[in-house]
Write a protein that binds this ligand. Structure first.
Ligand code: M6P
Ligand code: ZN
Length: 189
């Protein structure tokens, strides 16, 4: 056997739970402290235990950030919880290269993918295990966990997409996913 031509895989993706392990896989965590002005009720967030883990992200970066033509592959796990009436949620972003698209898919748990176009029009798609979501370019995206268990979803996006958090910080999302008597509802803010 020619060992130089047939290589062992260097990254593993666990089919059942989406767990990523291997070379160039990075793991990051967002606790309440990191999520200033992300939730509607900022004062409530300030008063919470700042070390509560809201979500974590694993990403396989096969190429350098910004590389044209490459792809990244990751997953995010959002823990169950709320800040006031608002479900735990990812920060959300547009892509810095505005026209870049992305795939999200549900792995376990349940939640909602919230999408907003550049005019501020907002809508949501239910996320469940096996649901596949195409996020077009020029569309901000974030995910909320509406269940009582952790929610994990997968993601794949172009390596030159980048994250534009600033546009969201300036204007926010035009609606929030709130718990209204136990039912998730998109409420205009
Ligand atoms: C997905 C991808 C990542 C993103 C992560 C968390 O895994 O879209 O690019 O970083 O979710 O989302 P955010 O950066 O908005 O907090
Ligand atoms: Zn994205």
């Amino acid at each position: 056997m020619n060992d130089e031509l047939i290589l062992n895989p260097r990254v593993h993706f666990q089919i059942g739970n989406g767990e990523l392990r291997g070379d160039n896989v990075q793991h990051s965590y967002r606790v309440i402290r990191d999520l200033k002005h992300i939730f509607l009720q900022e004062q409530t967030r300030e008063q919470m235990d700042q070390d509560i883990l809201v979500y974590e992200v694993q990403v396989y970066f096969p190429v350098e950030e910004g590389t044209e033509g490459g792809l990244y592959f990751g997953n995010s796990t959002i823990y169950p919880g709320k800040v006031g009436d608002e479900y735990f949620i990812t920060k959300g972003h547009f892509h810095s290269q505005k026209d870049r698209a992305e795939f999200y898919w549900g792995i376990y748990g349940e939640g909602m993918l919230i999408l907003m176009d550049e005019s501020g029009k907002i809508w949501a798609e239910k996320m469940i295990p096996g649901s596949l979501h195409y996020i077009p370019g020029k569309t901000a995206h974030r995910v909320a966990n509406t269940g009582h268990e952790p929610l994990r979803f997968g993601a794949c996006w172009p390596s030159d997409a980048g994250h534009d958090y600033k546009s969201i910080a300036n204007t926010g999302f035009s609606a929030r996913l709130l718990d209204v008597n136990g039912i998730p509802q998109l409420i205009k803010s």
